[in-house]
Design a protein around this ligand. Structure first.
Ligand SMILES: [Zn+2]
Length: 448
């Protein structure tokens, strides 16, 4: 590891400068070399992956240049499930050091295996992300992601790899979480944006302002979509600089992509992952920077044949240079999932669009729910939104706010919602970091 003290004053310094600033041509060559090895290994050792290749009429020898990745079959979640439990495994069972699973919110969880090499790689990539956002030895990170199945334990390993202390707080017990942050002098927090806002609100109820009464200075947020205005809210409520990170349970979780201090997209650690951005309908690659679905290939795993895995996450991908000097490509904020799309009347709507609208209103609390019902054969959307200081608003002010929210929502998604204002903390909350889906904020009662 690089000498920590040498770069202590420059938060932009890389933990692994040789890799993070590798010339793009050399980075792509490295990716091709690793891809060839990965495909050959998967074809030989994973029965499920070999079957996919045989169906597609593709063999490892067909991968000659990096663009040939497009010849390989996509791996869908359904195929990964059918391979339960060992069909995608490439290593011997005796070599497995840790097992995790996907969240299983939409079906049977997929077991994900990791060898010692995989664990080392995972810790290393997470350390690289944490270093990039300014953590240094001596910091204390409160990790409020799940330690079960699925897991956010990657941050824990990453922090310890770079000599940063960890409070393995996990999820829940918010009173204790607040006490620990204040009393232990915690300097960094990793959690979902909604839980971060929740902690800030709960602390305020106890007369604690985490922005001034704690030593928090950095926050790392992920596992659910969050609009840009939430960054400012998290930063002011917690007194931190807030960064966005990305990981998927299918690839062990955190450590795949993270924002640099430029905060203009998340660098994908491309010595370990090959990411493509495709048109979800045709499967063809979209132009650099255009919106599409992200497709992921592990280039380092010894244990799982995760090759061209369709995430159904809608985002964008660019290889354009970043001002921070890192050469690894960047993905944009996750806008939603292609399978999260809701059909409301004639419109296709993503919950993240509604969240974006609500975040523009200062009065809004931290939670909302889209209730869908059928009324006289027509879809009816009711938008329940938590409002700060609702009790202090006059009837007239409430009506004005409802009408403004309704108009702004109509302008963004085409559908006019009925708006119901709710007290803070009164709506069901999304508190587990078990996926990027915003579906928890949808209550679809149609057809019931
Ligand atoms: Zn950058």
């Amino acid at each position: 590891m690089r000498d920590a003290t040498a770069s202590h004053l420059d938060p932009r310094t890389c933990l692994h400068p040789d890799v993070e600033t590798l010339d793009v041509g050399a980075l792509r060559e490295l990716q091709l070399r690793k891809l060839k090895k990965m495909v050959a290994c998967a074809y030989e050792h994973s029965p499920a992956y070999r079957a996919l290749c045989l169906d597609a009429g593709v063999e490892p020898r067909h991968v000659k240049v990096l663009e040939d990745v497009a010849r390989l079959p996509f791996l869908e979640k359904s195929s990964a499930r059918e391979a339960y439990p060992f069909g995608l495994m490439m290593c011997r069972r005796e070599s497995v050091l840790e097992v995790h699973t996907t969240s299983g919110t939409t079906g049977r969880p997929i077991p994900i295996f990791a060898t010692r090499h995989d664990m080392d790689c995972w810790a290393s990539l997470n350390a690289r992300s944490l270093w990039m956002i300014g953590l240094r030895p001596g910091d204390l990170l409160q990790n409020c992601f799940s330690y079960g199945l699925p897991t956010g334990i990657g941050f824990h390993y990453g922090a310890q790899k770079m000599d940063v202390g960890v409070v393995p707080a996990g999820i829940g017990r918010y009173e204790l979480q607040i006490d620990l942050i204040v009393d232990l002098g915690v300097t960094a927090i990793a959690t979902t944006p909604s839980y971060g806002l929740y902690l800030a609100d709960r602390a305020r109820e106890r007369g604690i302002d985490l922005a001034t009464d704690s030593r928090l200075r950095v926050g790392l947020f992920g596992a659910e979509p969050w609009p840009e205005p939430s960054r400012r809210r998290l930063e002011s409520l917690l007194g931190i600089e807030a960064f966005n990170e990305f990981g998927m349970g299918e690839f062990l979780g955190p450590g795949m992509a993270c924002e640099c201090p430029e905060q203009h997209g998340m660098h994908v650690w491309s010595d370990a992952f090959l990411v493509e951005c495709i048109d979800p309908a045709t499967g063809e690659r979209v132009d650099d920077g255009a919106q599409g679905e992200l497709v992921w290939t592990s280039l380092e795993s010894e244990s799982m044949a995760m090759i061209r895995y369709r995430s159904h996450d809608l985002s964008s991908l660019t290889w354009s240079p970043c001002a921070c000097g890192r050469t690894h490509p960047r993905i944009g904020r996750i806008m939603g999932r292609s399978d999260d799309a809701l059909s409301i009347g004639a419109y296709v709507v993503f919950p993240s669009q509604v969240e974006e609208v609500l975040a523009q209103f200062e009065e809004m609390g931290n939670n909302f729910c889209m209730v869908l019902e059928t009324s006289r054969d027509r879809d009816q959307l009711t938008l329940q939104v938590e409002v700060r200081g609702l009790g202090d608003l006059s009837e007239e002010a409430r009506q004005r706010l409802s009408s403004q929210v309704s108009l702004a929502t109509k302008a963004a998604i085409g559908v006019t919602p009925r708006v119901e204002l709710a007290e803070p903390m009164s709506l069901p909350r999304m508190t587990s970091g078990d996926g990027k889906s915003a579906c928890h904020r949808v209550d679809d009662k149609r057809g019931i």
